[in-house]
Design a binder for this molecule. Sequence first.
Ligand code: PRP
Ligand code: URA
Length: 208
Amino acid sequence: MANPIVSTHPLVAHKLTILRDKNTEPKKFRELIREIATLLTYEATQDLQTQVKQVTTPLTTTQGQVIKENIGLVPILRAGLGMVQGVWGLVPSAEVWHIGLYRDEKTLKPVEYYNKLPVEPTVSVCLILDPMLATGGSAVATVDILKRWGVKNIKFIGILGAPEGIARLMEHHPEVPIHLAAVDEKLNEFGYILPGLGDAGDRQFGTG
Ligand code: PRP
Ligand code: URA
């Protein structure tokens, strides 16, 4: 598997450019996060398994296909929340399981503050949603949580990835596909992605 899988779709590139712009207001920013998440999900779900289902049209009966797997969307709070509606639009039957992590400002290590996963897994595929893959700490911790829960088929859908975060996620979880809109240059000394788009949570929620 080639990793990361970076979208080459012109619509993704166009929307990402507006997303990066420091003058883009939170309302537009949220809209773009949702739209880019939808486009990336279309690409990331190409290998979902289907099963045959008989369907009766107004004229006759034929065989169609329906998605076979139970899908879980796993937004990492807060910034991943903005991706949910876009992905859910494509996969309306998906369950949504929130994971709350924030990065400690000094250590940049993820701190877990919300996890209400039940004991037994209820889904067979998890799509982790988080726009930013910076040091990779949050993504690695979330995959760790989902593997402990018992899920084997896990995909990461982000928007921007730094080389450092991509390398870390691939080192810890090489079988997890990483879907991104772009790979940026590097992290700055505060762990922010350059050129990046700033703080994805603050820009969505107007808290910056
Ligand atoms: C951001 C982002 C990721 C994390 C990425 O969350 O949404 O979850 O940082 O950084 P990492 O790859 O170095 O772990 P943040 O901690 O700012 O929380 P927020 O979404 O609540 O703003
Ligand atoms: N989290 C963000 O929101 N932005 C970054 O650039 C890095 C981590």
